[in-house]
Design a binder for this molecule. Structure first.
Ligand code: NAD
Length: 495
């Protein structure tokens, strides 16, 4: 059995006393065992990262960028190897795995521009013979805790910018698909990153709790479910750390009566069922406005039944399995709940079996119609291939419903009216908004983050927000006087 270990101080270390199984969800078999760090193993890793910070924080932004340029070249050569590892442990189809790597690479590209992004500002002559400037300095050791659903991309939202800013980092990836982060750390070393700057420590709550409380951890970036995001935010903030904790989602796609209905239906199918719905930006609610609902549901039903599902390692498929047997059971139980609540199950994918992969954690797309905002399947994040259609009479009802939802990660509107689109982008209480775009994930040079209970903390991920999160500002005021100026007892007013 393949043993997956920690990567600390440039070396693989382990196994730990406690381990967890790693599965290939397409075949339903354990393929590896991952070490789960004890509190003392995590403390040792933090000590390593603290030591490494002393010299890494003295390097120039340009030399740090050059390591990232080399890393990017290595990554481009080995995209297939990384995508294979993602598909094997997560289950998503190979092309989708490649896609997440490319989206992660955008953050590397942004971080390669760190000499520009880190620039402070300077004012000459703020007072007579006095100049002032601000600089952005590294924080120290920072931590990144990441979810299973983007095992390559989400860690790359964090570590490239964290280290480009001069910090050292401990990454704690999901124990369900840990290999992608190990590969990235190994390749970063090959690109010239000094030992101890990027450390990967696998584990569960025991390891995470050390990151949230240890005095040498200065900032915590988290992406995962809302209950854990809230726990991370409250615990790490109470320990005086900077925190950005991104949580779960329930993303709505509004179809206005004037929209291209075929285009909207296609958008919904890809955004609801891609990656088996295991995306924080997946569309899980279609809001049918006015009299288009019957036509929309008919088109969706036809396309949902036609989804091609199987082992993501094979070509030409739309989606693969769910990540674990437990998660599959949870998603199916939500579908049962929806039926009990009185929603109309137009397409039921619960009984799907895939020939040749009968033990895989597969289910087909499920489509609900006549879902209402009081139902559990509307309120909670299902995180599976389940699309709920809610029928509303008008635009105002659609916007009110979305704004009242507990989550506010992403949303989008399909319309041919510039006026309606403009009003929607202004009115909506959601962090990432699309117009005729199914999944409005911002590019790396913008920043990523939701509103309400989809994000705890004030900084979004990556882009300029990432640089802000991983640095602290220092303001300097300087004078080089000729001769003694004498004592000044009034507060300086820079006349
Ligand atoms: P999760 O919350 O179960 O786990 C996320 C991380 O937290 C993992 O590293 C896990 O080991 C750790 N963790 C789990 N339980 C913990 C505990 N009790 N104490 C400390 N650490 C703990 O999330 P997941 O199932 O891996 O990922 C799916 C979730 O992530 C979904 O809710 C999805 O919406 C969300 N997500 C959000 C975004 C976003 O940008 N908002 C992006 C991707 C995923």
């Amino acid at each position: 059995m393949n043993q997956i270990n920690h990567f600390i101080n440039g070396k693989f270390t382990g196994p730990s006393a406690r381990t967890a199984p790693v599965y290939n969800p397409a075949i339903g078999e354990q393929i590896a065992t991952v070490s789960l760090a004890s509190a003392s193993e995590m403390e040792q890793a933090i000590a390593v990262a603290k030591d490494a910070f002393v010299s890494w924080s003295q390097t120039t932004p340009l030399s740090r960028a050059r390591v990232l340029f080399k890393f990017k070249a290595i990554l481009e050569e080995r995209v297939d190897e990384l995508a294979d590892a993602i598909t094997r442990e997560h289950g998503k189809v190979y092309e989708d795995a490649r896609g997440e790597i490319v989206r992660g690479m955008e953050v590397i590209e942004y971080a390669c521009g760190i000499p520009t992004a880190l620039k402070g500002d300077f004012t000459e002559q703020v007072g007579r013979g006095i100049d002032a400037w601000t600089t952005n300095q590294a924080l120290g050791v920072v931590a990144g805790i990441t979810p299973f659903n983007f095992p390559a991309m989400v860690p790359m939202w964090m570590w490239p910018l964290a280290i480009a800013c001069g910090n050292t980092i401990i990454l704690k990836p999901s124990e369900k698909d840990p290999t992608a982060t190990n590969l990235a750390a190994e390749w970063a070393k090959e690109a010239g990153l000094p030992d101890g700057v990027l450390n990967v420590v696998h584990g569960d709550k025991e390891a995470v709790d050390v990151l949230l409380t240890h005095p040498d951890i200065k900032a915590v970036s988290f992406v995962g479910s809302t209950p854990i995001a809230e726990y991370i935010y409250t615990t790490a903030s109470a320990n005086a750390k900077r925190v950005q904790a991104l949580g779960g989602a329930k993303n709505h796609l509004v179809v206005m009566p004037d929209a291209d209905i075929d285009g909207a239906a296609n958008a919904l199918i890809g955004a609801a069922y891609g990656s088996a719905g295991e995306r924080c930006m997946a569309i899980s609610v279609a809001v049918a406005v006015g009299d288009i609902a019957d036509t929309l549901v008919e088109k969706l039903a036809e396309k949902t039944k036609a989804l091609k599902i199987g082992n993501g390692a094979e070509q030409g498929l739309d989606l693969g399995p769910l990540v674990t047997q437990e998660h599959l059971a949870k998603v199916k139980s939500y579908v049962g709940k929806g039926v009990d609540e009185g929603a109309t199950l137009v397409v039921d994918g619960r009984e799907l079996t895939v020939t040749g992969a009968e033990n895989g954690y597969f289910m087909g797309g499920c489509l609900f119609d006549n879902v209402t905002p009081d139902m559990v399947i509307y309120k909670e994040e299902i995180f599976g291939p389940v699309l709920c259609v809610v029928r509303v009479p008008d635009y105002a009802t659609a916007v009110k419903m979305i704004n009242e939802h507990e989550f506010g990660n992403g949303t989008t509107i399909y319309t041919r009216s510039g006026g309606t689109a403009r009003k929607f982008t202004h009115d909506i209480q959601v962090g990432m908004v699309g117009v005729n775009v199914p999944i409005p994930v911002p590019m790396a040079f913008h920043s990523f983050g939701g509103w309400k209970r989809s994000l705890f903390g004030s900084n979004h991920m990556h882009g300029a927000e990432g640089v802000k999160f991983y640095t602290k500002r220092k303001a300097v005021t300087a004078r080089w006087p000729e001769g003694d100026l004498g004592a000044e007892f009034a507060i300086p007013t820079m006349k």
